[in-house]
Design a protein around this ligand. Structure first.
Ligand code: COA
Length: 189
């Protein structure tokens, strides 16, 4: 783990860091529906009043270089429903390294830090979506593709898959991943 890998508590992000993180995310995903200002606002406010279990607090793993973020992974709690029971997973998103710093282990560092929360018993699973190209990147770190049908019971079309990328993946450590349909109970991330 690089020395400058930091845990950012999303309940209380300082405005300058929110701006530099939004800058990194907007440069990696320029076509996102979220504008720079919306990203800043989200980072400042979305999790301010989080009232869930303290150890599952919403966070981002960020590698900083001279105060600037060069890699990021967001890991926030998300209650999903498998047949017969609800479970709070770690929802992983926004995994990126600055284009000029790729191939230096930073992506692995922020994802490994996220998956470590499962090994430490904070979350039973880390659940995320991604594109086929990146599947081997996550598989090398112990994640696997899941084939549960995924839906959002709160959506206008509750049968539609709220994830938009090619595959859904999970890091489960030593835990058994449930079979059957999975209700994200909200939009994809
Ligand atoms: C995915 C991403 C974060 C990887 O970051 P990175 O810092 O370059 O990755 P690392 O240097 O830690 O790479 C570690 C390993 O992953 C491999 N890897 C990286 N990108 C890969 C890809 N697209 N396909 C397959 N393997 C990949 C590297 O080859 C390396 O493997 P090796 O050590 O065996 O050679 C980075 O490519 C990125 O920001 N991509 C754009 C954002 C994005 O699409 N993120 C979402 C992914 S779902």
């Amino acid at each position: 783990m690089p020395a400058d890998l930091q845990v950012v508590d999303l309940r209380s992000v300082e405005p300058p860091l929110a701006e530099s993180l939004a800058g990194l995310l907007s440069s990696v995903w320029p076509d996102s529906s979220q504008t720079f200002d919306e990203r800043v606002a989200g980072l400042l406010h979305d999790w301010k009043s989080y009232a869930g279990p303290a150890q599952q607090f919403p966070r981002a793993f960020v590698v900083l270089e001279e105060g600037q973020p060069i890699a990021h992974a967001g890991l926030v709690p998300r209650e999903v429903r498998a047949p017969g029971h609800a479970v709070t997973v770690g929802a992983l998103g926004g995994v990126c390294a600055r284009p000029d710093r790729r191939g230096q282990g930073l992506g692995v560092a922020v994802v490994q830090a996220s998956f470590a929360l499962v090994d430490e018993g904070v979350f039973p699973y880390v659940l995320f979506q991604n594109y086929r190209d990146y599947q081997p990147f996550y598989e090398k770190l112990g994640a696997r593709v899941i084939d549960n049908r995924i839906y959002n019971s709160l959506a206008e079309d509750p049968q539609a898959n709220p994830f938009w990328a090619d595959v859904a993946m999970v890091y489960a450590g030593g835990n058994d991943w449930p079979e059957g349909d999975l209700d994200l109970g909200g939009p994809g991330y």
